[in-house]
Write a protein that binds this ligand. Structure first.
Ligand SMILES: Cc1ncc(COP(=O)(O)O)c(C=O)c1O
Length: 479
């Protein structure tokens, strides 16, 4: 193994031209001097550029093609938002600047908060959480604090359906709450009677991903949220799938008390690979006193960043959140406007339903009793019986030039393929993906080894996944 950029290294090759020294030359103190050469490659600018561009093209990205990773909303993010987020006066602010020096950023954060409350139907917001999961944690802590504040310290259970997104039980546990699973019915929705039997005096909150991880809207939502309220608990909506609901339905109108959003999914920030993200939490008035510290307030003199005291649950981050993501979200909301946002969701739903309808003759779609929302879950169980697993199908899609859907999730569907095309795909790209899936379905019967051995056209072939986890090597091998 050798790092390829070092292969081109030759003494004297220079990739940068430093400007002529225009300050007095000073000797570096001996204790700051390197003891031995750092050993960087000596390469030209051209070689460096080719090295990094080639590496970037070895990875799949949304600029390259359709990326139907269910539950991740891998939509195309307009370049305009990148440009706006990089405007000098916005990108160079420092979190410790005085309020008067960053009025533009504070105004933008304040207006973003107002827009998110309007979109979700809530009264108050925190922009601080740096990811959806951190938003979930914050939202649950709000409910926990609210329960404690009214003397209900014994309420330590969170009810959630067995279709819940994986972060829901994880964040509940982190918040010190016990997860009680509620069954899904034959339509993939919450079994209302099971919920009724489990909601009680120990229930702190009910947590629901809506649309759920099967891409299905909970049609009994008002009954569900009432059962929870009647039991003295509050309703949390995981709003990471808001891409299906913008301008159509608002969690605050359905009986939810708190909800987080994944700005990086729904409101246009390139994501994947670990960040950055933003998971603002919107809530009803009763939860406002408990919101995390650090909020932007509008005063007579302009905008100011305040640390909440009193009943606040405290800080979630050292500073005020991932502000770059907030800029992009604000740009997205303002460029689309109310009707544009609604159209985002309408097209996301149409695209998902079109894909489901065309793929259904070739792939089982369990729990399919009507239109889906922004995504749907197919099952490769029948193909697995023929010796081709969902993992093989996912790998084969790479050979056809597509990113794979989310696989083996949700857990309640065998050999699951969770497909979310998003609204930014054209009819041509939807059709190209569908044709690839149909072609793979044919290969399963006629040439299964092609699917079992995939991928064969990618820079890296099938990995030994166990070895890759235990012995990760990100250095490119020399061919
Ligand atoms: C439904 C749902 N909830 C929560 C999350 C967690 O968000 P994050 O990855 O930003 O922590 C995701 C992530 O995609 C999600 O799809």
């Amino acid at each position: 193994m050798e790092k390829t950029i070092f292969r081109y290294s030759s003494p004297g090759r220079i990739g940068v031209a430093l400007p002529v020294l225009d300050v007095p030359e000073t000797a570096i103190p001996e204790n700051y001097m390197r003891k031995e050469p750092i050993g960087l490659p000596q390469v030209t600018e051209g070689q460096t550029m080719r090295h990094f561009v080639r590496l970037s093209s070895m990875n799949f990205n949304i600029e390259q093609g359709l990326y139907p990773l269910g539950s991740c909303t891998m939509k195309y993010n307009p370049r305009l938002h990148e440009f706006l987020a990089r405007i000098e006066g916005l990108s160079s602010v420092h979190p410790l600047s005085g309020d008067s020096a960053v009025q533009g950023t504070l105004e933008l954060m304040h207006k973003l908060g107002e827009s998110l409350c309007e979109i979700t139907g809530f009264d108050a917001v925190t922009l601080q959480p740096a990811a959806g999961a951190q938003g979930e944690f914050a939202g649950l802590m709000l409910i926990k604090k609210w329960q404690e504040d009214r003397g209900q310290t014994h309420r330590n259970e969170v009810l959630m359906p067995d279709s819940a997104h994986g972060t829901n039980p994880a964040t509940s546990t982190l918040a010190g709450l016990k997860v009680i699973s509620v069954k899904s019915n034959e339509h993939g929705r919450v079994d209302v009677e099971d919920l009724r039997s489990k909601a009680g005096e120990n229930t702190c909150a009910f947590m629901l991903t809506n649309p759920n991880t099967l891409g299905i809207f909970e049609s009994n939502i008002e009954e569900i949220t009432k059962i929870v309220h009647d039991a003295g608990a509050l309703n949390y909506m995981d709003g990471a799938n808001m891409n299906a609901l913008l301008g159509i339905a608002r969690p605050g109108d359905m009986g939810f008390d708190v909800c987080h959003l994944n700005l990086h999914k729904t409101f246009s920030t390139p994501h994947g690979g670990g960040g950055p993200g933003a998971g603002p939490v919107c809530c009803k008035e009763i939860l406002r006193p408990f919101l995390p510290a650090s909020s932007v307030e509008k005063t007579e003199d302009g905008y100011s960043m305040r640390d909440r005291t009193g009943k606040s649950l405290g800080r979630l981050l050292a500073f005020h959140g991932n502000v770059g993501v907030l800029y992009r979200a604000y740009a997205y909301i303002r460029t689309l406007g109310p009707s544009g946002l609604r159209e985002v969701s309408e097209v996301a739903l149409i695209n998902a339903n079109y894909m489901k309808a065309r793929l259904k003759p070739y792939f089982d779609v369990p729990n399919d009793d009507g239109p889906c929302m922004h995504e749907f879950v197919a099952s490769g169980a029948a193909m697995a019986k023929k010796g081709v697993k969902t993992l093989d199908i996912a790998k084969r899609l790479l050979d056809y030039g597509f990113h794979a859907p989310t696989i083996y999730f949700p857990l309640i569907v065998k050999e699951a393929l969770m497909i979310e095309p998003t609204e930014t795909e054209s009819l041509e790209s939807l059709d190209a993906f569908i044709d690839a899936m149909i072609s793979i379905a044919g290969e399963v019967d006629e040439k299964p080894h092609l699917v079992n051995d995939a991928p064969v056209n990618t820079p890296v072939l099938r990995l030994d996944e166990v070895k890759a986890v235990k012995d990760l090597c990100l250095v490119e091998p020399i061919e």
